[in-house]
Design a protein around this ligand. Structure first.
Ligand code: IPE
Ligand code: IPE
Ligand code: MG
Length: 246
């Protein structure tokens, strides 16, 4: 029985978020520069998207560049931005034909102009698709997002648009860059690191975590299936007791 056959297609997560990690270590193992690993990571994204479609996952959020990643050497940052622009230009037609809608979360205003333009074009080009939402987290950090949401709510309340006493979890969710996107049921981090690194802190309140030793450039469909199988083995109780769930 293949891994895919073991998956219950009626109980797959709607939204999977991934911290794609380990590109640099993968490259180093091959005696190459870090950017070599980032380049190979693009194939892993293609594979993951295929697996997501097979499992009817409608939202796939990929942590591609954190606000902290600006602190890396300039050549790596420039290389990553360049890779983003090239990959979007090369892939967007095929992505669109396979029903992918591209969205972004994060401080897009803070990206170089050519990246912003390419992202705008890609979002516009795919805006009528709805089979899979591919959400790229770029210049993203959860604390930035929360600070940004608090500022927006404070301004609205100052202008009298929002009554402070009506602020609830839904209002806060609606001021996040993930507005309208359901919370992820499953979060995967590759490369053996067991941390969140400032990703989706608000949205992962009840998310299941799957950590794998696999480095991102080696991540293939089977690794995605394994994560989903792990997810399906969990009992999600949401504070209740087992007996209440049946
Ligand atoms: C993830 O791989 C990609 C980005 C953070 C952009 P890394 O570049 O973090 O690779 P490691 O963790 O150093 O191996
Ligand atoms: C998290 O990976 C960010 C992305 C995958 C884009 P990092 O490699 O930057 O995280 P830390 O520094 O190891 O926590
Ligand atoms: Mg890393």
């Amino acid at each position: 029985m293949s891994l895919l056959d073991k998956i219950d297609l009626n109980n797959t997560p709607k939204h999977v978020a991934i911290i794609m990690d380990g590109n640099g270590r993968w490259a180093k193992k091959q005696g190459q520069e870090r950017l070599y690993g980032h380049n190979f990571g693009v194939e892993s994204i293609r594979e993951t998207l295929k697996a997501a479609r097979e499992l009817k996952v409608s939202y796939l959020t990929l942590y591609a560049f954190s606000t902290e990643n600006w602190n890396r050497p300039k050549a790596e940052v420039d290389g990553l931005m360049d890779l983003l622009v090239r990959s979007l230009a090369n892939e967007i037609k095929e992505l669109s034909e396979s029903g992918v809608r591209l969205l972004t979360i994060g401080d897009i205003e803070g990206l170089p102009e050519n990246c912003r333009a390419e992202l705008m074009d890609a979002q516009e080009y795919t805006k009528n698709n709805s089979e899979v939402h591919l959400i790229l987290a770029l210049n993203y950090s959860a604390r930035w997002e929360i600070v940004n949401a608090v500022q927006k709510i404070a301004l609205e309340s100052q202008k009298g648009i929002v009554d402070p006493l009506t602020i609830n979890a839904e209002v806060i969710s609606d001021h996040m860059t993930t507005k309208g996107i359901p919370d992820p049921e499953l979060l995967i981090r590759t490369s053996g690191e067991h941390r969140i690194s400032n990703f989706l802190l608000w949205q992962i309140a009840y998310t299941e975590f799957h950590f794998t030793e696999v480095l991102w450039p080696d991540f293939r469909k089977e690794d995605f299936y394994k994560a989903v199988l792990d997810y399906q083995s969990r009992e999600r109780r949401f504070g209740m007791v087992s007996e209440q769930l049946t």
